[in-house]
Design a protein around this ligand. Structure first.
Ligand code: PMP
Length: 405
């Protein structure tokens, strides 16, 4: 069949990475890929991960056997505690089921596959415009129809809350709504607490099904509780929902593919039994897709989450990453304002998490690449983690030049 397979386009993000690597300039800056870099532009192995690594390597009882189909239980049970809160009634009622997945991407995929097989409401899944570039192709792959709701307001570079609310109202009852739990990718724009409450209330009225994508808990604000606030509010409101949880960013375990998919059943007399049936079906899907998940990343996370001292140290590591990013937001904004760069720049510090939607046009982005060796996606998104005290000045000056041209 080889001759009937058409050439697919290269993934734009990975193409960008290749171009960056090939660039010989000493000034080059990578603001494309969504991975944390320290102030020397180097990947950062979290100190707490190094400690967990040592513990694992020195444990004579660990082997390389298969994990169970649903993964490492000491990992998945703590993973759900960190977004629900240990005292959550959902945990006490045993109405949460969890499956270890191939990081966040695998969790989104498994959730999508589950919905494609069992969801009986309006089977269209609505996601924000824009959203993480992979969402649409993941849902296309399981043949779930997709639609978008307005999200980013180009004028304010903030949330188009009225547009979003109207779309949620207008969507047929029992639609599936994909929500970013915090640190929206690619915009960095999150609803406020009050806005989340309104979103939940509309979704309640319309009996929509929330599917949370949580890729940045603790990485966004440095506070695990705060970054889980939206999901917790929905759970308190009694929704049944899915959460796709990634440990790539908040543990710096990108390549280890540690993640979970959680299904929270609504409270009620049959909730525990319903949850057990859902678990049995998720196990069958998992078995047919990957048999059982990879062990190493889950062991690292489990070692940290199950030890009070290491857990506290992880929180410090999270604050260090999120703090450095916040400092870079502040530095970039102040430099642009000091240069008098045309436009407003408050959105750089209003936005949160790994990314900022700068508002730069595609033409300006290409100029930054060709003339200044700065690599970012064509939609004007920058990864804040690519900035540091040595290059933020150069970047601000480059932006200033292309905006003025
Ligand atoms: N969802 C969102 C919104 C993301 O930004 C990411 C990471 N770029 C993911 C999911 C999944 O990442 P991973 O599979 O590496 O956990």
């Amino acid at each position: 069949p080889a001759d009937v397979v058409p050439q697919a386009p290269e993934d734009p993000l990975f193409g960008l990475m290749r171009a960056y690597k090939a660039d010989q300039s000493k000034d080059k800056i990578d603001l494309g890929i969504g991975a944390y870099r320290d102030n020397n532009a180097k990947p950062w192995v979290l100190p707490v991960v190094r400690k967990a690594d040592d513990i694992i390597h020195n444990d004579p009882n660990l082997d390389h056997e298969y994990l169970p189909i649903a993964g490492l239980a000491s990992f998945t049970s703590k993973a759900r505690e960190i977004f629900l809160g240990a005292a959550s009634p959902a945990l006490k009622d045993e109405r949460v089921t969890s499956v270890q997945t191939i990081s966040g991407t695998g969790a989104v995929h498994l959730g999508a596959l589950f919905l494609a097989k069992f969801y009986k409401g309006n089977r269209t899944i609505y996601f924000s415009n824009p959203t993480w570039a992979n969402h649409k192709q993941i849902f296309d792959n399981v043949a779930l129809p997709t639609a978008t709701y307005p999200y980013f307001d180009k004028k304010t570079k903030g949330l188009d809350f009225e547009g979003m609310k109207k779309a949620l109202q207008d969507a047929p009852e029992r639609s599936i709504i994909l929500l970013h739990a915090c640190a929206h990718n690619p915009t960095g724009v999150d609803p406020t607490e009050a806005q989340w409450r309104e979103i939940a209330s509309i979704m309640r009225q319309k009996s929509h099904f929330p599917f949370f994508d949580s890729a940045y808990q603790g990485f966004a604000s440095g506070d695990l509780e705060r970054d889980a606030g939206a999901v917790r509010h929905f759970v308190e409101q009694g929704f049944e929902l899915l959460v796709a949880q990634s440990f790539a960013k908040n543990f710096g375990l990108y390549g280890e593919r540690a993640g979970c998919l959680h299904f929270v059943t609504a409270p009620g007399p049959s909730a525990k039994e319903d949850t057990a049936r859902i678990a049995s079906q998720l196990a069958i899907l998992q078995r047919s897709e990957i048999s059982n998940p990879p062990i190493y990343g889950a062991r690292i996370v489990s070692t940290v989450l199950n030890d009070d001292k290491l857990f506290a140290e992880w929180r410090d590591n999270l604050r260090e990453m999120s703090g450095r990013i916040k400092d870079m937001r502040q530095a970039l904004r102040s430099k642009l304002e000091a240069l008098g760069t045309p436009g407003t720049w408050n959105h750089i510090t209003d936005q949160i998490g790994m990314f900022s939607f700068t508002g730069l046009s595609e033409q300006q982005v290409l100029k930054l690449r060709d003339e200044f060796h700065v690599y970012m996606t064509k939609n004007g998104r920058i990864s804040m983690a690519g900035l540091n005290t040595s290059n933020v000045d150069y970047f601000a000056k480059a932006v200033d030049k292309v905006v003025r041209e």
